[in-house]
Design a protein around this ligand. Structure first.
Ligand code: NAD
Ligand code: UDP
Length: 305
């Protein structure tokens, strides 16, 4: 598991260990932290290794989950060149490893490959609308190049690949300073600070609870050899950012006020997955809807703030 000490990676490590697997977690702790996996260290089938995926790594494993990459805009824009290197060189290093040891490899791709989508909701067949020189490009184009590498290692070298396009996912273990909208709003609401909507809040996202996402990713890894993806995994219930802010205020019983701040350039105006393919190939659909997922996430943040 690369990026195993991050938000999604730590949940995946835990779930795979609970299912009786041995898990080796690689992370450079850029946005992840040991705290996320410290409870797993007592399990003798878990190993934690500090490693940066831009450097090669040699090991014997059956499956590789490639999650290493900062996911929050403020973190992936902090050092954009490093973000591209992590996506592209990380993919090359992990695909090279998968080729040598004949491992199956899953790529955590993203709905950001669709950019600011002109087709709504987004099916996997849509090629996207990405600004290649904008502030999100280091992440979007890095992830697109990683998909290109994955498909070509498959076609050229028969590497067994699985590509999942993850739509906005939230839940416990998001970092309070992660910068993504769900954690920002909950932390602001719990602390009674102003809730910062970027732009007018009419932009939409479709939020998936972490347990549903982990279930989808593991199902994808377990599909037959012929199915490579890409497959969208996400919750198709779409909300405006303003609606999300109101829900957080209600669920936390907060006195916070909503304020607006400038909308960052290239911020996608809408995003909603078409999940027909996941239904057909993975027999998967999300089970946890936004209010229930937010309640669990709010409980987590109450314990750490
Ligand atoms: P996260 O930032 O919590 O986790 C990323 C992990 O990768 C962190 O532990 C970080 O330290 C590690 N990492 C970063 N650069 C590294 C490097 N060079 N070498 C080794 N480790 C490195 O984010 P997350 O939400 O858990 O996202 C995990 C993956 O899923 C990412 O690849 C992200 O692009 C993808 N994804 C997530 C979402 C989401 O909504 N959570 C949406 C789309 C895609
Ligand atoms: N957003 C916001 N306030 C915040 C953080 C984010 O209004 O404090 C907005 C952001 O502009 C975007 C949406 O919420 O329109 C989702 O942002 P996030 O960074 O979570 O993910 P992404 O834009 O990558 O989907």
């Amino acid at each position: 598991m690369t990026g195993g000490a991050g938000f999604l990676g730590s949940h995946l490590c835990e779930r795979l260990l609970n299912e009786g697997n041995e898990v080796i977690c690689l992370d450079n702790y850029f946005t992840g932290q040991k705290q996320n996996v410290v409870h797993l260290l007592k399990n003798p089938y878990f190993e934690l290794i500090r490693h940066d995926v831009t450097m090669p790594f040699f090991i014997e494993v059956h499956e590789i989950y490639n999650l290493a990459c900062p996911a929050s805009p403020i973190h992936y824009q902090y050092n954009p060149i490093k973000t591209v290197k992590t996506s592209v060189m990380g993919a090359i290093n992990m695909l090279g490893l998968a080729k040598r040891i004949r491992a199956k490899i899953l790529q955590a791709s993203t709905s950001e490959v669709y950019g600011d989508p002109q087709i709504h909701p987004q099916p996997e067949s849509y090629w996207g609308y990405v600004n290649p020189i904008g502030i999100r490009a280091c992440y979007d184009e890095g992830k697109r190049a990683a998909e290109t590498l994955f498909i070509n290692y498959h076609l050229q070298n028969n590497v067994r690949i699985k590509i999942v396009r993850i739509f906005n996912t939230y839940g416990p273990r998001m970092h309070p300073n992660d910068g993504r909208v769900v954690s920002n709003f909950i932390v602001q609401a719990l602390q009674g600070r102003d809730i910062t909507i970027y732009g007018n809040g009419s932009q939409t996202r479709s939020f998936c609870y972490v347990d549903d996402m982990i279930d989808g990713m593991i199902r994808m890894m377990n599909t037959g050899e012929d199915f490579t993806g890409p497959v969208n995994i996400g919750n198709p219930n779409e909300f405006s950012i303003r609606e999300l802010a109101r829900k957080d205020i209600k669920l936390t019983d907060s006195k916070s006020k909503i304020i607006t701040a400038p909308l960052p350039p290239d911020d996608p105006t809408q995003r909603q997955p078409n999940i027909e393919l996941a239904g057909k190939e993975l027999h998967w659909e999300p089970k946890i809807q936004l209010e229930d997922g937010l309640k669990k996430t709010i409980e987590f943040f109450r314990t750490i703030i």
